[in-house]
Write a protein that binds this ligand. Sequence first.
Ligand SMILES: Nc1nc2c(ncn2[C@@H]2O[C@H](COP(=O)(O)OP(=O)(O)OP(=O)(O)O)[C@@H](O)[C@H]2O)c(=O)[nH]1
Ligand SMILES: [Mg+2]
Length: 354
Amino acid sequence: MLEKVINIYFYYISKLKQKTSFKIACFFVLKLLENLVKCVRIVLLIKMQRRYTMSFFEKLKNGLSKTKNSFDEKMNNIFSTFRKVDEELLDELEEVLIMSDIGMDTSVKIIENLRLRIKKEKIEDSENVKQALREEISKILDIDNKELKLQTKPSVILVVGVNGVGKTTSIGKIANRLKKDGKKVILAAADTFRAAAVEQLDIWAKRANCEIVKKDEGSDPASVVFDAIKVAKEENADILICDTAGRLHNKKYLMDELYKIQKVIEKELPQADKEVLLVLDATTGQNAIAQVKAFKETAPITGLVLTKLDGTAKGGVVIGIVNENKIPVKFIGVGEQIEDMEIFNSEDFAKAII
Ligand SMILES: Nc1nc2c(ncn2[C@@H]2O[C@H](COP(=O)(O)OP(=O)(O)OP(=O)(O)O)[C@@H](O)[C@H]2O)c(=O)[nH]1
Ligand SMILES: [Mg+2]
């Protein structure tokens, strides 16, 4: 009997132990999972914070990674077999520039300047050749009137470009920047051509926290601009930004409409500072050259906005465009979010692609 009782006692003790160790194991597994979740959250938070505190250069470099990769790949091919700085090397570099959408004339000019520098500074190693090349590219991009000239009250920014290049998005981003600088900004929804265009600008106006002047779809865009100028004067606004419909240069009536908008601005605000920004989609590469040519004939373009640099290996096209047209790049777009726009900096740009 006693033996039976002892056996039962030990049986229950062992069961209890099993249960306790199971509970302890569960406890540790749960704790482990809890800590794992905490770690993942911290990593995500750090990543998010990094994204918002990324410097201009980091954003640009991230954005231009594809352009850089394409340049880098070709450059590395050249420099991996580097023996000495000679004509052969310069020819190969020229070829890389031409193949990277920089354009024949501009590529020849860059290499010509590089050749002179190599001779003058007696450059002998590959790293110094690269650095000199960066500086030559930067010099080409660094032309006068890089900054927005918007001193009068109000001043006007007219934004033009072909369909889908990123005009409306860029307006939202620019308005946001100007608002942050303490400016009172008004947007004019002068793209009355496309059904959703006004709504789209309305969304950006809310995001950037600024007023919008709009009319019904199909209204005369010049009359929207006229009304917006009136509001800007009445409300003592600093800057009026006008969105326009995407137009192809062969659509004459749309180009005429753009001309009419400019006439209204000129008539109502003859003394005002005016910027005409042509938005170019970097992913279109060589096509951007034809767009600059066409828009220059209708509007006095004062600056370029180069968008979608985050998804392309064709950012090099802007070097040729700036060189040949002497129009400065004022902003670059490196994403779809409101903060994904930077003031153009030629040194950073050159450093980011080579
Ligand atoms: N990745 C990326 N996408 C962009 C950038 N800028 C604009 N986009 C996208 O490009 C598309 C077209 O942008 P919109 O701002 O509507 O272009 P739009 O020139 O106003 O177009 P239309 O009014 O139709 O002529 C949208 O999906 C934008 O999110 C950029 O810098 N990077
Ligand atoms: Mg638009």
